[in-house]
Ligand binder design. Structure first.
Ligand code: BEZ
Length: 233
């Protein structure tokens, strides 16, 4: 049989569909996750150190993501019994950076056929032919891919950044604004570019309350941290 060639999904695409077996039972993706934000992420292999540090970190943060109406779903091209044995080892034996007795309660997909990894562009042959890279797909409640981050095999992800991306995407949607570099709740946000010269001029002249313009195309406003935080989820 010829190898099937998959296009990599892009930001703005609907998340490709698949059915899979996981450590938490069968899933039908993305339909089982409609109405929630989802982080679908791949790791290269079970029983490897960087991946172990990542799983312990992500599992420890799971409650924080649930408060953001966000579900975590992991994947590697290992089989179910390998996943189960690895997660049991993590819980029973691994102590790392103050984390111990860590139970991974989110589903970990077995993908020995590499069907899902191929569909999501997680196999990047320049990095490895046999292992998925560290991909992170941020999928919104309508099943649309909103952001994608890729890391290579040798670099563990920054999970604070992954949480920041979810918070920023939700805030952009909630308040119809954009986020400047390194934005965090409480920082100023970027207001949409004025639709007419008149509005742009008023803004530049300081006539739009609360809006500060650095030039006609770059205006910011305060967005109260409590407002941001209470609208999340
Ligand atoms: C790791 O998770 O430690 C790892 C996995 C695959 C290749 C290199 C490192």
């Amino acid at each position: 049989m010829e190898n099937q060639v998959y296009a990599m999904p892009r930001i703005g695409d609907t998340a490709p569909e698949f059915k899979a077996v996981t450590t938490q039972g069968d899933i039908n993706f993305p339909s089982d996750y409609k109405g929630k934000w989802t982080i679908l992420f791949s790791h290269p292999a079970d029983f490897t150190p960087v991946c172990t540090s990542e799983f312990m970190t992500f599992a420890t943060m799971q409650d924080e993501f649930e408060k953001l109406n966000t579900q975590l779903v992991g994947l590697s091209v290992d089989g179910l019994y390998s996943h189960i044995a690895w997660l049991r080892t993590i819980k029973e034996k691994i102590e790392y950076k103050g984390m111990k007795d860590v139970e991974v309660k989110f589903p970990l997909i077995e993908d020995i056929t590499m069907e899902v990894a191929n569909k999501y562009g997680m196999l990047q042959p320049g990095e490895s032919n046999t292992k998925a890279v560290r991909a992170v797909f941020f999928i919104d409640p309508q099943s649309v891919i909103r952001a994608i981050i890729y890391y290579p095999l040798a670099l563990g992800r920054n999970f604070d950044e992954i949480k920041r991306v979810i918070i920023a995407l939700q805030t952009a949607d909630n308040f119809k604004v954009a986020m400047p570099a390194d934005w965090r709740p409480g920082d100023d946000v970027i207001v949409p570019t004025a639709g007419s010269c008149g509005v742009a001029k008023d803004r530049m002249d300081g006539k739009e309350e609360g809006v500060t313009c650095h030039d006609w195309f770059f205006c910011t406003k305060k967005l109260d941290k409590d407002k941001v935080l209470s609208a999340l989820g």
